[in-house]
Design a binder for this molecule. Sequence first.
Ligand code: ARG
Length: 558
Amino acid sequence: MEFKNKVVDLIKTQVDLPEEKIFALIERPKNAEMGDYAFPAFILAKTLHKNPAEIAKEIAEKISDPAFAKIQAVGPYVNFSIDHRELISKTLEEVLIKKDNYGNSILGTGNVTIDMSSPNIAKPMSMGHLRSTVIGNSIAKLLTKTGYTPIKINHLGDYGTQFGKLITAYKLWGNEEDVKKDPINSLFHYYVKFHKEAEEKPELEDEGRAWFKKLEEGDEEAVSLWKWFRSASLEEFNRIYKELEVEFDSYHGEAFYNDKMAAVVDELRQKNLLVESRGAQVVDLGPDKNPAMILKSDGTSIYTTRDLTAAEYRKKHYDFVKSLYVVGNEQSAYFEQLKEVLKKMGYDWSDDIYHIPFGLITQGGKKLSTRKGNVVFLDQVLKDAVDLALKQIEAKNPTLPNKEQVAKEVGIGAVVFHDLKNDRLDSFDFDLEDVVRFEGETGPYVQYTNARAQSILRKAGQTVTIDELDLSDDWAFAVAKDLADFPMTVAKASEKFEPSIIAKYALKLAKSFNKYYANVRILDENEELPARLALVKATSMVLTQSLNLLGVNAPKEM
Ligand code: ARG
């Protein structure tokens, strides 16, 4: 229930003003006795040639709605009052009865593929891949809650010319034991060294190309090295996915499409879409757009070729109703191109492809780049976050049992929450101290609020029922209003593929609840107690659900 929107809808039926205008005009009456919302009628006086009070009276007489206990004109205003008691008891009842199903809806059905995470093997997973992982994971949960079936696909970057370079580097400087002990760091070290040395010795690049060609031709040594690098990298990635509790439905990466690309290239040729441009095969996309390269002049495929093949494969295999790609905004033009090529091929399902872009994570204002070796090691970030969480827990609650487990949920939850609370497209700076704070706009703050609610329930030591739900104070009303907003918030976040809507909502609910806690003596023994506990429990349920929708755990004690 978003009351302000309701007010807009009601006013809209009576006045000839655009919706946004009405929305902007609506006020909060200064005196709460006067109502919860007010529409000022001044603006209509000129066009209607009547005085505002008269207009307000006419409007008020014509509208009614069960959501509002009273709609009446007071001077030049149309005032709307919500029945606080009714809203509180109805909302608490609904949350307590529906439990985890509270907020469920059917916005649509069918498979939605989500291309997410998709790191490049033999390189450390970057903060960008972390963003893709947690955004994709949360979108999957939101889609499930709103009727769809998400299919999470890890489109691993496990193919391309860089593997020729890596093999070259390994053959020059590689050490088998090192790779076995610490695969990604060692391989990454060779990769960085390759780029440094190649600046002075360009012949290294030729050697890299030659090894890639061998790999493409199925050369035994090249293939077995590549397989080894891939599986060793994947093992490390899986450790991070385990920490984050993210699972995938498919690990079909770029290499999976190797033997399927020829058919797509043929299809492009048959549909007369391929033209030659400086030796390469491209699809022309019109005079003011860059052509899409499909085959390089040496006949080898590129990223685009594999993505086109993957798109067709996904349509055939999953018959998706939507196909999402959670990839940084630096690839926006690329995905535009991909869609256009598919459209030219005659696939109207190209309209169901959505690039879900996101902004950069910087550190100290600087961009992180793998190639220069200026990179944050994600497993280190997660470890540091857990350590920092543990320190704070030790200071706050030294007798807490299973501290390590809780620290894990708090530390990792903090990183995930931080990643999701900003609008997807915003770039932001990553500062660990800031991320793991227990106060402010952080995951630990929301978790702590939920743990506080749980501790109140433990102290009360009685079962919460829906028999007594009568509360009327303003603090309870503020909490109940937030709780009532949850279903609409989930729907909006799902429709916009925007987890930050949920993160911001969780912060808002946590704040309202903490105000309630600060102003109402919850555990005081009187007839209101059962209703207060019902509010505490309902809040904890919805905070927990919100955190879980983000992929964050909600410890009961911390
Ligand atoms: N591996 C790529 C990168 O790290 C991301 C792949 C995104 N998915 C895709 N289907 N292109 O930049």
